[in-house]
Design a protein around this ligand. Structure first.
Ligand code: NAP
Ligand code: FE
Length: 369
């Protein structure tokens, strides 16, 4: 059997209305910085519930995290954390606020700015403790050591075992307020984490089981929540499955598909999960082709297992209202060179179970146009 490591230090608390109990899970600190998005956590009432639960503490609220958060946002939030000397960071929202919260926690105990760690080679001391409270069912960031931050027009991942949240509070009622489009986009992100993790060269027997469980749940529940966002049971299962997807990629990382999706987001503003959905059939087709003689033997078997679960994966994605034709997003042939430049050299390619050449990336995008 191949070598592997298993490290999942996050305490997972799952259940309806668990947000109201957050005070029971926080470490003994006085000052806390809450990092959240610009509006949804206020509109849905989640931020008020959090404040009420932590009324004994001194709270600072940083509510400026945009989608696909940029380094400036992280640096701005960091100033509050440093000036107020907070002892805990809470990320409340989708992957964007949770990832920003993680980076702020890192910079609060380290000097410099996010650029020094993302692109640079600075080693970091232990970040502040983090509590992650997802309001989307997608990224699984609440149980991973990863954060994705945008630098200029490039999305960059940063991983550090210190970024595993101390506690992940998963309250499915917080996901009820997602409109259909965000529900679908984030649900497809969770699906791609599970599929990519299953196919990654870092996959382990344990992560494979978790990945297949997540894939099956999402196949069944995502069409339901896309139809009826008030279905709390289906919402709960989606939140559970997206968390499983997070556990998977905490071990396996993501592979070529996430790398192919990033330029759609940075150059065309396609939401993260939707971008992955648009590229899913094309990446899948590439991986399924000519696998004979490749070093990673189970690939063919795994591709067939996924095909058995889905039938036509392109149809599944299209039925969710996601186009898998890049021209529908305004993307043209002329974009391909800068897309390739963005994808090439990403560490995702190193864990993809098949050698990826520059011309492969070009061909995948051309087929997807
Ligand atoms: P997001 O960017 O956090 O949020 C997308 C939109 O959904 C925002 O407009 C947000 O509004 C809204 N929203 C969030 N929760 C809502 C709710 N309950 N009701 C109504 N609206 C709600 O979306 P995301 O897909 O969860 O996160 C994407 C980010 O995570 C990307 O940057 C991606 O690269 C990253 N990511 C990270 C990992 C990881 O392992 N760390 C894995 C995959 C992806 P507000 O802004 O007003 O809150
Ligand atoms: Fe993702």
């Amino acid at each position: 059997m191949k070598k592997f490591e298993y490290f999942s230090p996050t305490r997972i608390v799952f259940g309806e209305e668990k947000l109201q109990e957050v005070a029971n899970f926080v470490p003994p600190v006085e000052k806390i910085l809450v990092v959240t998005g610009r509006s949804s956590s206020k509109k849905s009432g989640a931020l008020d519930l959090l404040k009420a639960s932590l009324k004994e503490k001194t709270l600072f609220i940083f509510d400026e995290v945009e989608e696909n958060p940029g380094i400036e946002t992280v640096n701005k939030g960091t100033r509050i954390a440093r000036e107020e000397k907070v002892g805990l960071i809470i990320g409340l929202g989708g992957g964007s606020p949770m990832d920003a919260a993680k980076c702020i926690a890192l910079l609060a105990t380290n000097d410099g700015v996010m650029e020094n760690y993302l692109g640079g080679d600075k080693d970091a001391y232990s970040p502040l403790p983090i509590i992650a409270i997802p309001t989307t069912a997608g990224t699984g960031s609440e149980v991973t050591q990863h954060a994705v931050i945008t630098m200029g027009s490039h999305k960059k991942g940063y991983s550090n075992t210190g970024l595993f949240p101390k506690v992940a509070v998963l309250d499915p009622t917080l996901t009820l307020s997602m409109p259909p489009e965000i529900t679908v986009n984030t649900g497809v992100d969770a699906l791609t984490h599970s599929i990519e993790g299953y196919l990654s060269t870092l996959a382990t027997p344990e992560s494979d089981n978790v990945a297949v469980e997540a894939i099956r749940i999402i196949k069944k529940e995502l069409p339901k929540v896309a139809q009826d966002g008030r279905n709390l049971e289906a919402r709960s299962r989606m939140l559970y499955a997206s968390m499983l997807g997070g556990l998977v990629i905490s071990r396996t990382r993501t592979i070529i598909l996430h790398a192919l999706g990033y330029p759609l987001t940075t150059f065309y503003g396609v939401p993260h999960g939707r971008a992955n959905g648009a590229m899913l059939p094309w990446a899948f087709e590439f991986l399924g082709r000519d696998v004979g003689g490749q070093s990673f033997e189970p690939l063919q078997e795994k591709i067939s297992s996924i095909t058995q679960i889905f039938g036509d994966i392109n149809e599944f994605i299209n039925n969710l209202g996601i186009s898998t034709k890049l021209s529908d997003y305004g993307i043209t042939q002329n974009d391909i060179p800068r897309f390739i430049k963005d994808v090439w050299g990403r560490r995702n390619l190193g864990v993809t179970p098949k050698e990826v050449k520059r011309e492969d990336i070009e061909n995948i995008y051309k087929r997807a146009l």
